[in-house]
Design a protein around this ligand. Structure first.
Ligand code: HEM
Length: 495
């Protein structure tokens, strides 16, 4: 598991510079310093690095190798090409004297020789470190014949574990407290392997730990036994606009990402930091909507998470006259359930569905919209119908893409967009104006997120289907079905 150059940045064997790379790389996996030391030390308690000879003796990767290799690849012509002759990273040797056993050998060796680690070259020419004066018990068994003893080693990245002041403090603590080290390794390993599985509701089998862990984004169970119809009536009387209700439900649910099953409406984290302050969520409007919905949730014994989604559904029902299915049971997370740093990375810098772009990026808005759609698990028709339907109910960062009064769920967005009586022209990198072809009058504004449904041939074909006069019911039906897919994307508890 090589995340950073083991020899140091650009093979520069400087443990302190290596520490910077390690810290940055592990932080991207939401691992703090203690988890990083536990993982690296625990991992390197086992196994060995392989650099018995020149890397030029290693053949192509599996995909590039001949068919007779049957998926193996990396054929190695050094000696036997395996066992003690293996070449992979180019670094050679084990980290501990007992590399098949869980013990404290990694820290024992690092600290025992801390003043005499010597920078040497592996047989493959890589920088690595070895004790200047090893005792016999500091040697490791040869990979093929345990009676032969070979030198142990550390990579520059391992040296960072005692040379970087913060890592060093942790390494010392773990060295002196092996039980704490073992527990820290077990926890960090579990996190590393389960982090992309999403909430605990997705875990199966007898080995699921009872304990809730913060990186699982825990959400307490919510009530399913309140009167949904009566809450819906109360929401209707709240004075909130259709756009406010629909946009807030979208903001809440659309943080979901199928890549690691995080985010979504469950937990109502939209009312907590950092989500309540995200620009995409229109913090002022959000505060107003939450102030209206929170007392209604409390009065009906519903979670705020459910109430936010139900308000979105209610807005759609008011805009369409069609009932939207609803599954209660979402819970409300608290600040204590929420790791702010790891939620910060879910912030939408682009959300084409809401016509929101934080700033200009090298990737086009429409490409980012496509990425969001795939993270939400949406097909091209689902993405299309959602954008059109949301715009028809007034959801946009400003007036761009809003072509109707915002009170009706209709396919007006598509019929208007496909209108040939106007000519579009760019007024900014993500802003366009349509002028009447004969009078020259400014008639509407849009973004790239909107216009791509007219310019891209595949999306245009879908837009034309929804713009058809005889597809109005299909449009409403498809919108509600795609909406429900997003609202329930994180409902693993009912799947
Ligand atoms: C600072 C981050 C890390 C670096 C730079 C690093 C680097 C390396 C290198 C160069 C090898 C030798 C590969 C070879 O030649 O076959 C290796 C092997 C290994 N690493 Fe890491 N590693 C890191 C973190 C981890 C972590 C977090 C774990 C697990 C929790 C881990 C577990 C292992 C194991 C078990 C081996 C031995 C594999 C074998 O015996 O074939 N390493 N690592």
């Amino acid at each position: 598991m090589i995340y950073v150059n083991p020899e140091g940045p650009n093979a520069n064997p400087d443990p302190l510079l290596s520490a910077q790379d390690i810290r940055e790389t592990f932080a991207r996996m939401a691992m703090n310093d203690a988890e990083t030391v536990a993982l690296t030390a625990g991992g390197h308690t086992f196994g060995k690095a392989h650099g018995a000879g020149d890397a030029g003796q290693v053949g192509s990767e599996p995909e590039g190798s001949s068919i007779e290799e049957q998926g193996f690849g990396w054929a190695n012509t050094h000696g036997s090409g395996k066992g003690r002759d293996t070449i992979t990273s180019g670094i050679e040797g084990a980290w501990t004297a007992n590399p098949t056993q869980w013990d404290n050998g990694y820290f024992d060796l690092l600290f025992k020789h801390e003043d005499s680690w010597k920078l040497v070259k592996s047989p493959a020419g890589a920088n690595q470190w070895t004790p200047a004066n090893p005792d016999p018990e500091d040697l490791a068994p040869d990979a093929e014949d345990a009676s032969i003893k070979v030198p142990t080693m550390m990579t520059t990245a391992d040296m960072a574990m005692i040379r970087d002041p913060e890592y060093r403090k942790i390494s010392k603590r773990f060295h002196e407290n092996p039980d704490e080290f073992a527990d820290a390794f077990a926890r960090a390993w579990f996190k590393l392997l389960h982090r992309d599985m999403g909430p605990k509701a997705r875990y199966l089998g007898p080995d699921v730990p009872d304990e809730d862990l913060i990186w699982q984004d825990p959400v307490p169970a919510g009530s399913t036994s309140y009167d949904v119809a009566s809450l819906k009536e109360a929401i209707k009387g709240s004075g909130l606009s259709i756009a406010e209700m629909v946009e807030t439900a979208w903001a809440s649910a659309s943080t979901f990402r199928g890549s690691d099953m995080r985010g979504g409406a469950n937990g109502a984290r939209i009312r907590l930091a950092p989500q309540k302050d995200w620009a995409a969520n229109k913090p002022e409007q959000l505060a107003k909507v939450l102030a209206a919905l929170t007392p209604l949730a409390e009065a009906h014994g519903a979670s705020i998470a459910d109430t936010i989604v139900l308000a979105g559904n209610t807005g759609i029902e008011m805009a369409s006259g069609v009932e939207v299915a609803f599954t209660p049971g979402r819970g409300d997370a608290s600040d204590a359930h929420t790791d702010v740093d790891s939620f910060a990375v879910l912030e939408p810098v682009s959300d084409g569905f809401r016509n929101f772009l934080l700033k200009n990026y090298s990737v086009s808005p429409e490409e980012m919209m496509l990425d969001k759609a795939q993270l939400l698990g949406l097909t091209a028709p689902e993405m299309t119908v959602l954008v059109g339907g949301l715009r028809s109910m007034g959801v946009s960062s400003d007036d761009r893409g809003i072509f109707s009064d915002g009170n009706t769920l209709s396919s007006d967005f598509f019929t208007t967009l496909l209108d040939m009586n106007v000519k579009w022209k760019a007024t900014g990198s993500n802003s366009y104006e349509a002028h009447d072809r004969s009078s020259g009058e400014l008639v509407r504004r849009a973004t790239r997120y909107d216009l791509v449904f007219g310019s891209n041939s595949q999306l245009r074909a879908i837009a034309e289907v929804y713009a058809q006069d005889d597809n109005k019911d299909k449009f409403v039906h498809d919108f509600i079905s795609a909406w429900n897919k997003v609202m329930n994307a994180d409902r693993f508890d009912v799947a």
